[in-house]
Design a protein around this ligand. Sequence first.
Ligand SMILES: Cc1cc2nc3c(=O)[nH]c(=O)nc-3n(C[C@H](O)[C@H](O)[C@H](O)COP(=O)(O)OP(=O)(O)OC[C@H]3O[C@@H](n4cnc5c(N)ncnc54)[C@H](O)[C@@H]3O)c2cc1C
Length: 371
Amino acid sequence: MKNSLWEKQSFLSPDVIVIGAGITGLSAAASLKEQSPELTVSVLERGVLPTGASTKNAGFACFGSISELLNDVNTLGPEGMVQLVEKRWDGLQKTCQRLGRSMIDIQTKSGYELIFEEQSNIVEQIPVINELLYPFFQTDVFKTSNNKISKFGFANTYHLIENHLEGQLDTGKLISTLWKYCAELGIQIHTGCEVTDIKEQENQVDVICNEIVFKCKKLAVCTNAFSKQLLMGEYDLSPGRGIVMSIIPDSKLPFEGTFHYEEGYYYFRDYYGKLLFGGARNIAIEEETTTAFGVNEKIKEKLIDDLGNIILPGKSFQIEMEWSGIMAFGTNKSPIVKRVSDKVTIGIRLGGMGVAIGSLVGEEVAELILI
Ligand SMILES: Cc1cc2nc3c(=O)[nH]c(=O)nc-3n(C[C@H](O)[C@H](O)[C@H](O)COP(=O)(O)OP(=O)(O)OC[C@H]3O[C@@H](n4cnc5c(N)ncnc54)[C@H](O)[C@@H]3O)c2cc1C
């Protein structure tokens, strides 16, 4: 099928195309229009809805539990850890400023890490991490709140470390509000538009999507875990699948807030009387290194066991629903944000912290495009 003159002019030849309508791609598109309103910008998304991680996570507004940050100190050094935390915090603030706190239902109810018997030495590290983070936050971030363990009803938990700055949000509202914001800026978002090939020409980039060829001057690739299929060259990028279950407890939940254990591999939170619980990717890393959506029964069983043994001991509950999302990891926790040619920029590999850093990564992508 040939496209008409009108289609070519009004739909198929924007100045900039962004591939991927997750938080990174939509934020990149928004930053482009905020900085250069005269540009025409389109976003191409393969799904009817965004189909990666951005609408599949559990809605944590966090910047790292203490065991994760200790691990970051080991791998990146103290300064590297602090820089990561600052980026996550600044990213969350940017999202809130852009969209409005109430629009994304962000609530700062505190975050907690559950510490088990064999990990008790983590508690001794609280002053070390607090001191490193003090210059940025001007407050102690972490403290033990062991008095809440019995109130919350957790079993087999030796310590509870509280972060009073951590919050939770509605990830569906975040993306739908960002989507609306982009539309108000005049950005066209095309769904059901899977890009199968990118061809750089002398004066433009051809972006091929089914039978349609879009042409643009600059291209941003924000396809996170699904980028290898599109990009030439070798990238340190592995997909990682994460599961979330929505649980309806038979009695009122005795806790509110966001919770993590085992370096963030397990996470749960309250959501208007329900419990969202997920993780356990670490017990089946090989099987979960996949771009295919799906729920691994071994992981589900482990999560159900932990509900009975740790989170809701002695209480009955029903599993309302479950889903999975695909993240992107590398040997390094930093995202890959770079110009791969004078026309193509990428912003990928958001790891397990893309809700926090996605808007900043989008902004960096936009800045590289506008150079
Ligand atoms: C279970 C789970 C828990 C998480 N917990 C947290 C957390 O506590 N804190 C936190 O900050 N982050 C968390 N994350 C991570 C966060 O959700 C991601 O890092 C972030 O959403 C990545 O955003 P993105 O826009 O880069 O990628 P994505 O959201 O994956 O968006 C990429 C988009 O590109 C589209 N696409 C791919 N290929 C093509 C193509 N060829 N053509 C067109 N479109 C294409 C996809 O459909 C997708 O919509 C979690 C994620 C999951 C799954």
